[in-house]
Design a protein around this ligand. Structure first.
Ligand code: RIB
Length: 318
């Protein structure tokens, strides 16, 4: 049944919309600690539960796109200790032939998860900081105009990747997380899609109100479309069609949160897969919201991403 649903989805793709997706992004080993509360300054906190699993915003998004039914290539660096991450990508149908092995420890994250499912993350780049200019050329080489490039901010040389991808005519979607000073070097005018949360919207535009933030973004970068996620208040999508803007508001689906790690990545991956499938904006954002909602009911990052069949079943039951 699962296979049938996924095949139907792929078979429905209109011929002209079959483009490739490259996710040039991070891969992490996530060390997840269940904590009674986030550790406080100066506090030593004893923790009884530790799980190590697959993560990294890039990897999580690749897995989400693949589980949503898209054909995905994952580019980036494979460090020492990262073999299980490559294996997981491949088991989920992601093409890993563009990964570059590097002599550096695999990137990792130390994640505290509180009883209400909230997380607090320390990210160590490691292998993800080994991307080179030559690697960017080689990784982008197989992709052409109209293919989608998905990016986050956990690898180095992000501004250079965007410059080169723009010159090739790729469609570029950026999830600028974690938000840091590197983003000041990014030319947002070269992006097609931005997926940000309300805090990031505040950093970028001075307003966490989605409509106000959008007005600022649209004024600065007229061809940029955006999704602004608002946690429990859902999300807003603004898509530019020539001189018109289509706006869609999506409520959050209410669930019992176990672990919110990777929910944003699940959202981004499902949203990107929907766009490449040619789905209406309303469907893209609703499917992404449902996939993210299901992911927070489970532990882990990449391992909490649901299959498309589960997402469709949950939507059919609304
Ligand atoms: O977005 C969640 C991810 O952020 C985790 O998997 C962790 O690796 C950090 O990069």
């Amino acid at each position: 049944m699962l296979i049938c649903v996924m095949m139907d989805y792929k078979e429905n793709v209109k011929e002209e919309l079959i483009m490739k997706i490259l996710n040039f992004g991070s891969m992490n080993l996530d060390h997840v600690y269940q904590v009674p509360h986030f550790s406080l300054p100066g506090e030593s906190l004893s923790v009884t539960e530790l799980k190590t699993g697959p993560g990294g915003k890039g990897l999580n998004q690749s897995i989400a796109m693949a589980k949503a039914g898209a054909k995905v290539y994952h580019g980036g660096c494979l460090g020492d200790g990262g073999a299980m991450l490559q294996k997981l990508l491949e088991e989920n149908g992601v093409d890993t032939s563009l990964l570059c092995p590097v002599a550096e420890a695999q990137g990792h994250a130390i994640i505290q998860v509180a009883p209400n499912g909230e997380n607090s993350i320390l990210y160590y780049g490691g292998s993800n900081r080994c991307v080179t200019e030559a690697q960017i050329e080689a990784t982008l080489a197989p992709f052409t105009k109209g293919d989608l490039l998905v990016l986050q901010n956990e690898i180095v040389l992000l501004p250079e990747i965007i410059e080169k991808a723009f010159a090739k005519g790729l469609t570029i979607l950026l999830n600028p997380s974690p938000f840091d000073e590197v983003l000041q070097q990014v030319d947002f005018g070269k992006l097609d899609w931005l997926i940000i949360n309300e805090l990031e919207a505040g950093f970028l535009t001075g307003s966490q109100d989605p409509d106000q933030a959008w007005e600022v973004l649209h004024g600065r970068y007229p061809r940029l479309s955006a999704v602004i996620t608002l946690g429990g208040a859902g999300s807003r999508a603004y898509q530019v069609h020539g001189d018109k803007v289509e706006k869609v508001c999506q409520d959050a689906f209410k669930v019992q949160a176990v672990d919110t790690t990777g929910a944003g990545d699940t959202f981004t991956g499902y949203f990107a897969a929907g766009l490449m499938h040619g789905d209406a904006l309303e469907i893209c954002i609703k499917t992404a919201a449902m996939a993210a909602a299901i992911s927070v009911t489970r532990s882990g990052a990449a391992s909490s991403v649901p299959m498309r069949a589960e997402v469709e079943l949950a939507m059919a039951q609304l």
